[in-house]
Design a protein around this ligand. Structure first.
Ligand code: GFB
Length: 313
């Protein structure tokens, strides 16, 4: 299959108002394509008929599937039914309907939590389904595995160009900064700015602070998604990482440095650690010529700037 050009094409960003979708729409402006979006209020992508009607009417050439129910470790453990049902419905509807409406190419977005809890690090694409999943997010992971397998199944059986990409933990401007439902990086940013505002000397970190996570700045991910949409044409999923891995404690230290927070950390060990480590192997995408550009401290600086402007009141 040949590389594609997005210029003058209709490109549908499903999930345009999420962390990834917003950044992707901004990145796509450089491609001179026609960006299509639809609001959740108008078209619930879990609804087969509504999604079908919207696609019939709007006829996109290409689709990025960024729409998903997402959340941090606590949210994932509290709402297992919502995480599996919402994500399975979005994936089955959009992937099957992309086949039905003869969409030229789709890119489905997964997550690094698809890999077994104790995978060999850095985690290669072929580690998929070689062991048990991390229990705190297995519902979300199962739905994402189903999504990438759907893409592969339609590619194999119907020769569709349906690709899927698995990014590592993401962060950036526009993230969910809610302490209970969000991920660790925006959660710690929120807690540290609150501590500065209310002159508190400590912040609470969930778990032991020992797990390691790899973080990718969302604008780098958006760039990788456009790159893959243009150049990657294989049915096997592909990792997107930054190779920037830190312990949760060190992440809190970096955010403290950027924000000039001089207080201490308390570790709440009643909260789960989740998987001990999930550094992904990004050799496949790197060897195609793409790599991430934003350092973790620069990305955190940009995220904090955005938070101060938009969230801290
Ligand atoms: O980012 P996070 O919620 O999710 O948590 P995962 C990462 C680590 O940070 C865990 C610790 O060890 C948390 O216990 N942590 C410390 C905190 N303080 C906080 C805090 O204030 N907020 C949060 N949220 N965590 C997610 C999955 O796993 O990874 C999703 O739940 C998704 O499904 C995503 O796949 C990529 O990295 O553990």
């Amino acid at each position: 299959m040949k590389n594609i050009k997005l210029k003058n094409k209709k490109v549908f960003v499903a999930g345009h108002d999420g962390l990834v979708g917003k950044s992707l729409c901004k990145r796509l402006e450089k491609e001179n394509c026609k960006i299509l979006t639809c609001s959740k209020r108008k078209v619930d992508l879990r609804d087969f008929n509504k999604t079908n009607n919207w696609l019939k009417l709007n006829k996109p050439d290409y689709i990025f599937i960024c729409a998903a129910r997402v959340g941090g470790i606590l949210e994932n453990s509290l709402y297992p039914a919502d995480f599996i049902y919402d994500n399975l419905s979005i994936a089955t509807n959009l992937i099957h309907l992309s086949y039905k409406h003869k969409i030229k190419k789709i890119l489905y977005l997964g997550s690094s939590c698809i890999y077994p809890k104790f995978s060999k690090q850095p985690i290669k694409e072929d580690s998929l389904l070689t062991g048990s999943l991390e229990p705190t997010n297995e519902w979300y992971a199962i739905a994402k595995i189903a999504g990438l397998k759907l893409c592969k199944a339609y590619s194999v059986q119907h020769k569709c160009n349906f690709i899927s990409a698995m990014p590592t933990n993401l962060y950036g401007p526009g993230d969910n900064f809610d302490i209970n439902s969000g991920h660790v990086l925006p959660g710690l940013v929120h807690k540290i700015f609150d501590a500065l505002k209310y002159k508190k000397k400590t912040i609470t970190i969930w778990g032991t602070g020992k797990p390691k996570r790899e973080f990718l700045f969302v604008d780098d991910l958006a760039d990788a998604l456009v790159f893959l949409m243009k150049k990657y044409n294989k049915p096997d999923h592909i990792n997107i990482g930054s190779n920037q891995e830190v312990t949760i404690k060190d992440l809190a230290k970096i955010i403290s440095k950027v924000t000039n927070f001089k207080g201490n950390f308390i570790f709440d060990k009643s909260k789960p650690d989740g998987t001990p480590r999930k550094l992904i192997n990004s050799k496949k995408i790197n060897s195609m010529g793409w790599r991430s550009k934003t350092t973790l401290s620069k990305g955190i600086e940009l995220t904090c700037e955005w938070y101060l402007k938009n969230k801290s009141k």
